[in-house]
Design a protein around this ligand. Structure first.
Ligand code: UDP
Length: 241
């Protein structure tokens, strides 16, 4: 069910299998394993602190991770974009009358995101929300709000590593079952940013679309070749020594 890529166990079955697997946990942290998260996680332990195979699932979110899985000869079945997993969890919550909590992004984005979600999923319960601009070491009011609203799933859209740090710090003390860092997904749902066209997603070119739209992202792309080179180095150089 997992491909071992460097120190990580990356989920390697289909999105459908993933949804079944998520439901077997009492409490789970879903990590969108894109090359940036995985590469930075090697050096910034706070990203994965507290995560283990027992309470977290790393999903292969990005072409760099798909390539890495081929290099270690344990290919993932498919690339699983975090935003699509979020969408599946939301559909499940609507069907099962379970509530969600949205944490992150700017206030106007989160307001618009809620309008769009309520329009698309009319029966969805959005138990609460808060923007992503607050002091993580002093946010008792937000934690209390989450506790009071008792969501099944919390989506945290504050970018990496901030969102992972928040989840690692507070997951144990909160009542929700599913915790997921979703990066810029609220911006996409709100309609401020578009996802790449289908054909680009299919060919693993989502990163190219995002850089074309937001050129400042180019410096973040370095993590794709860095991750791949590190995987090659580990497989063919270290193993032979
Ligand atoms: N953000 C936030 N708090 C912060 C910094 C960023 O809520 O302190 C939000 C930001 O408004 C945006 C999201 O985090 O909605 C980051 O999106 P980005 O596109 O960087 O994430 P990616 O999808 O690349 O992981």
């Amino acid at each position: 069910m997992f491909s071992k890529i460097l120190d990580y166990h990356v989920f390697n079955k289909s999105k459908l299998e993933l949804m079944k697997y998520i439901k077997t946990f009492k409490k789970v942290h879903i990590i969108s394993g894109n090359p940036e998260v995985l590469y930075n996680g090697l050096y910034d332990k706070s990203i994965f602190k507290g995560c283990s195979e027992y309470n977290s699932i790393i999903i292969p979110d990005g072409i760099g991770v798909v390539i890495a899985s081929k290099i270690v000869k344990k290919s993932v079945e498919e690339k699983i974009p975090g935003i699509e997993v979020m969408d599946e969890i939301i559909k499940y919550c609507e069907r099962e009358s379970k509530a969600i909590y949205l944490l992150g992004a700017k206030q106007e984005i989160i307001d618009e995101c809620i309008i769009k979600l309520k329009f698309k999923y009319s029966k969805l319960q959005i138990a609460g929300s808060h923007n992503g601009y607050f002091d993580m070491n002093s946010c008792e009011d937000i934690l209390q709000d989450i506790k009071n609203s008792k969501p099944y799933a919390i989506f945290v859209a504050m970018g990496c590593p901030r969102q992972e740090k928040f989840i690692n710090m507070y997951m144990d003390s909160l009542p929700a079952s599913v915790y997921m860092g979703v990066g810029g997904s609220f911006d996409v749902i709100a309609g401020k940013v578009n996802r790449a066209p289908r054909w680009m997603i299919k060919f693993g070119l989502e990163w190219l679309y995002r850089v074309a739209k937001e050129p400042w992202r180019i410096k973040r792309l370095g993590s794709i070749p860095k991750l791949i080179l590190k995987v090659i180095y580990n497989k063919y150089i270290i193993r032979k020594e």
